[in-house]
Design a protein around this ligand. Structure first.
Ligand SMILES: C[S@@+](CC[C@H](N)C(=O)[O-])C[C@H]1O[C@@H](n2cnc3c(N)ncnc32)[C@H](O)[C@@H]1O
Length: 232
């Protein structure tokens, strides 16, 4: 109940008004790079955003998602159905996936339990929403029954495993053989992290995939991020 009230307050919280100078800077970077996602981030910022958009779009977060996109292009570049991104926050990963020419992804479904995320994610991905290639939903990933989804997902991505109370219990909800991309980390100092793992091997044991196509660790100054691509 307390968490639900907190989430409602979060959804109703007014977004910070944009700084004109910073908006100009973002638009300048978008023009310099010619990157469509940089342009979409600048546009989103201009509409007023939650304060933590800067964390979701930080160079570390972007690098972890670029790592994912590159590994996916090498392993499962053509998912056979929509790609569901769970714990998707503001939809940055969806934007990068749909912008990647090495991937053939028809649609991204961006799911987060926080009701403040969906509208931000859809504003960021406005071009893909208009084309019917992106939608954001508010739900608890623990209660999604993928076996009943039509069409069935071709791939489920969860880069927020460290935020779950019980990762094996979530894995148990998924259909056997479902293609998965999973990320977690060893950043135990962050209070919202409840399922951190100390190593890549511990992550493999935690999720128990039937087939592993990619396993990697990406160290950064404060923590190491782990990624597995395979099948439940
Ligand atoms: C801080 S963010 C993302 C961190 C992660 N390193 C990343 O960028 O992918 C974690 C997100 O997971 C979401 N989340 C946590 N538990 C969830 C659940 N049970 N179902 C859906 N979303 C959840 C939170 O609302 C939050 O937006």
């Amino acid at each position: 109940m307390v968490r639900r009230l907190a989430m409602i307050q979060l959804a109703e919280m007014p977004h910070s008004p944009p700084s004109e100078a910073f908006h100009d800077l973002l638009k300048g970077v978008a023009a310099l790079t010619g990157h469509p996602v940089a342009s979409d981030i600048a546009r989103l910022y201009g509409k007023g955003v939650p304060a933590d958009l800067s964390i979701a779009c930080s160079h570390k977060q972007i690098a972890n998602k670029q790592w994912l996109v590159a590994a996916l292009a090498q392993t499962l570049p053509k998912p056979d159905g929509p790609v569901w991104v769970l714990g998707a926050w503001y939809g940055v990963l969806g934007a990068l996936l749909l912008n990647e020419p090495a991937l053939a992804i028809g649609q991204v479904v961006s799911l987060d339990i926080d009701p403040g995320c969906a509208s931000v994610a859809e504003t960021l991905n406005h071009r893909h929403v208009a084309a019917g290639r992106f939608r954001a939903v508010t739900a608890d990933m623990m209660s999604v029954d993928f076996a009943r989804e039509s069409p069935m997902p071709g791939l489920v991505i969860n880069t927020s495993c460290e935020h779950l109370d019980d990762v094996p219990a979530w894995i148990a909800t998924l259909p056997r053989g479902l293609p998965l991309v999973l990320q977690s980390n060893d950043y135990v100092r962050e209070p919202d992290h409840r399922s951190c793992v100390p190593s890549l091997e511990a992550f493999r044991e935690q999720v128990g995939l039937s087939e592993v196509l990619f396993a990697g660790a990406r160290p950064s100054p404060n923590y190491t991020r782990f990624m597995l691509i395979g099948r439940r």
